[in-house]
Write a protein that binds this ligand. Structure first.
Ligand code: COS
Length: 377
């Protein structure tokens, strides 16, 4: 454990209190204004959330994988938009540098990411690349001491707010990863996309037109490492997404229990009807199964094991699970689950993307089966 158990439990209690007292009351406003209030962003920076996965020597908390998923589960009992704000820095935005960056890259960028001074983002997806990660067309050509980037990235979360973006681009036949800074000519953004849910989180295209990135921003200082960097980053990101799904499911279950005890039909609370109880029990069982899986995979990773297959299992099961839990929540709330005055309708829309981003369910199935069959034939 990076923290002693008592300190870690205090951190979880602080996060739990913060979520309930500060974030839950702002969920509706964030959804309606499509913006997280700046004072909440500041508070989340002060809590150290942006740096939970960054080593202590670079100013982060350096949590173990188990601690990290437990913290994410606790934090995620609110709108996913709040986690996505700092989740970029913790997961896919910073991990390319943590895992494969040069010492100079780590020293320069990680303290800024850990404090939240820099917001980061991850740009792999293009019109013809996403699930097929190896087919990126954005090109990086070496010229003097720089690389010149040309291409268009698609649906990139947090891109417009980001100070740095990890960009996958083609250097000859291989893919390389670059740390791209904002405020340099040649970088522009597409229109903010109107999404099904996740208000408060923004996605847009990122366009490179003769954008010059210094050669020292090539992650790892060597061409051709980018594909594996992206794959390793996504393994880690999938654990965070799975932990986020568990947190949201637990919140939805809590809402369902409270509502079914309060809502009266046929002269008694609907919680007394066995058909409602069956839905509660199914949701509880599935959330518990997902939680157990995520904790097990995180512990394996802490023990130094390869968890490519487990991360994909967790992402697939937890994202499908939270979809079913949200669907049952709408059913238990009935009409109140379908109108926007109650939070269920919002969560139902928000969680749909979990089955898509950071690798669709179908991509996870492919990864799981490949790992199962590897070296067997
Ligand atoms: N960790 C480390 N290395 C990995 C890896 C991982 N998780 N996955 C693959 N690699 C390595 C392989 O070992 C292989 O190395 P060698 O060339 O040394 O043998 C190399 O990377 C190429 O791997 P592979 O042949 O499996 O590449 P594919 O193009 O067939 O990959 C999948 C196919 C589906 C696995 C890949 O494209 C993928 O994960 N796609 C989903 C990406 C995604 O999540 N996109 C969502 C948008 S980004 S938020």
């Amino acid at each position: 454990m990076a923290l002693d158990p008592e300190t870690f439990n205090q951190l979880l209690e602080t996060v739990d209190r913060y979520v309930k007292e500060r974030l839950v009351p702002h969920e509706k406003e964030v959804s309606e204004k499509n913006q997280i209030p700046p004072e909440l962003v500041l508070e989340m920076k002060e809590l150290g959330l942006f740096g939970i996965s960054i080593p202590e020597k670079f100013g982060g908390m350096g949590l173990t994988n188990e601690e990290e998923v437990r913290l994410i589960m606790t934090f995620s009992q609110t709108s996913p938009a709040f986690r996505i704000l700092w989740g970029g820095n913790v997961g896919i935005g910073s991990q390319g540098i943590v895992l494969d960056g040069t010492d100079a890259q780590k020293q320069h960028y990680l303290p800024k990411l850990a404090s939240g001074e820099y917001i980061s983002s991850f740009a792999l997806t293009e019109t013809e690349a996403g699930s097929d990660a190896a087919s990126v067309k954005t090109i990086a050509e070496r010229e003097d001491g720089s690389y010149v980037l040309n291409g268009r990235k698609r649906f990139i979360t947090n891109a417009q707010n980001a100070d740095i973006i990890t960009v996958m681009a083609r250097t000859g036949d291989d893919i390389s990863a670059f740390i791209v800074e904002k405020g340099v000519p040649g970088l522009s953004f597409g229109k903010p996309e109107k999404k099904m849910g996740l208000e408060g989180t923004h996605i847009c295209d990122v366009v490179f037109e003769d954008y010059r990135v210094p050669a020292e921003n090539l992650i790892g200082g060597q061409e051709g490492l980018g594909f594996k960097t992206a794959m390793k980053v996504l393994d880690r990101g999938r654990m965070s997404v799975a932990a986020g799904c568990v947190g949201v499911a637990e919140r939805l279950i809590e809402e369902c229990v409270a509502y079914s005890l309060e809502r009266q039909q046929f002269g008694k609370p609907i919680a007394e009807f066995q058909l409602i109880q069956a839905m509660l029990a199914d949701s509880q069982t599935e959330a518990y199964a997902a939680k157990t899986m995520v904790l097990d995979a995180a512990r394996k990773k802490d023990a130094g094991e390869d968890i490519i297959m487990e991360a994909a299992c967790c992402k697939m099961f937890a994202s499908e699970m939270v979809g079913r839990v949200a669907d049952r929540a709408v059913q238990i709330f009935g009409g109140a689950g379908y109108v926007a005055d109650y939070p269920i309708e919002r969560f139902y829309r928000d969680v749909r993307v979990y089955r898509i981003y950071e690798g669709t369910t179908q991509i996870q199935q492919l990864i799981i089966a490949r790992q199962m069959l590897k070296d067997k034939n």
